[in-house]
Design a protein around this ligand. Structure first.
Ligand SMILES: [Zn+2]
Length: 323
């Protein structure tokens, strides 16, 4: 029975999650609340439909499935399609097809973020009403100019974007009202200083494929006044993902290391919005032979390309370390 389960890479060393599942509970700190330990684990794979899936997506999806199976948990599918320009409906069907081709099955209904914009708008309004978020009318070039003047080297967030210098944080209320009623385009930014004062110190639980757990201190200050709602939709990736993880009852988040720094910001939003915090595993990224992260823009082969070239799903799984 056990031999037929896909193996996690760690199991090659004979120390898989199955062998250590009794250790899958917090070893220190207050997270998560005891009641959550009694719940059946829930994981999710959450692609954005703005390109075809490649081997990096396949690895993340297969790892989620393997850990869900080890934990006796459920695996949900979420389509992160808040981007009205880049998200293409035809790609949702293509993603579903690719995942089925890989042999993946998901529990429950598929959640599409584009169907939940009112819920994100309500969460944003809650933060704004408490003085934790403010509208920002700055253009991209105005922010770049102001950031250049803010220091040398320019302070940047973990993604390399210059930190917002806070131009709109102190706009007088009548001016904000006038600009908004005139229809001036604006994003919404978190007031990080006020948010941190409201949240206190933060940490989250991390876990690895061998069932070890530990606590990670969160440092959301390094994101500055992050954008939590875009000009065109009442949310950003950050706000929508914490809302949805709570709405779907996600207990274990398994995603790439490229999102590890963002978890600090997610932990802050969870605290501010009174949402539960899942445990996190940030896996290594699959890279091309040149060591670059896979991406359509770099010409990485999609699963469709591999399928067209006669590669079998079994070969894709085996190449990524799954039986
Ligand atoms: Zn601004």
């Amino acid at each position: 029975m056990e031999r037929r389960l896909p193996r996690l890479p760690a199991q090659r060393r004979g120390r898989g999650l199955l062998a250590t599942r009794h250790r899958l509970h917090p070893v220190a700190g207050p997270l998560p609340a005891p009641i959550r330990r009694l719940r059946r684990p829930v994981l999710r794979f959450a692609p954005s439909p703005n390109g075809r899936l490649h081997r990096g997506h396949a690895y993340s999806a297969l790892l989620n499935a393997a850990i869900a199976r080890r934990l006796g948990g459920r695996l949900l599918l979420r389509i992160e399609d808040i981007d009205p320009v880049r998200s293409r409906p035809a790609l949702v069907a293509a993603i579903t097809h690719d995942l089925a081709w890989l042999g993946l099955r998901f529990d429950g209904p598929v959640r599409r973020q584009s169907e939940h914009l009112p819920a994100y708008r309500a969460a944003l309004a809650d933060l704004a009403a408490r003085g934790l978020a403010y509208p920002c009318f700055c253009s991209r070039s105005a922010i770049a100019t102001a950031a250049l003047a803010a220091g040398d080297p320019v302070p940047r967030d973990p993604d390399g974007t210059p930190l917002y210098p806070g131009t709109c944080r102190t706009l007088p209320a009548p001016e904000i009202a006038a600009r908004r009623s005139a229809g001036a385009p604006h994003t919404w930014r978190l007031d990080i200083a006020r948010a941190l004062a409201a949240s206190g110190s933060l940490a989250y639980g991390a876990f690895d494929c061998e069932g070890q757990e530990w606590e990670v201190p969160a440092d959301p200050a390094r994101w500055g006044d992050a954008v939590i709602a875009r000009r065109d939709v009442p949310t950003s990736y950050h706000l929508a993902v914490v809302h949805d993880d709570a709405a779907q009852g996600i207990t274990h988040v398994v995603r790439g290391q490229d999102l590890e720094a963002a978890t600090d910001l997610h932990r802050l939003l969870q605290r501010l919005l009174g949402l539960p915090t899942p445990r996190y595993h940030h896996h290594a990224l699959i890279r091309d032979p040149a060591g670059e992260k896979l991406a359509k823009s770099r010409g990485s082969q999609s699963l469709q390309d591999l399928r067209d070239a006669g590669v079998t799903p079994g070969a894709v799984r085996a190449g990524l370390g799954f039986a």
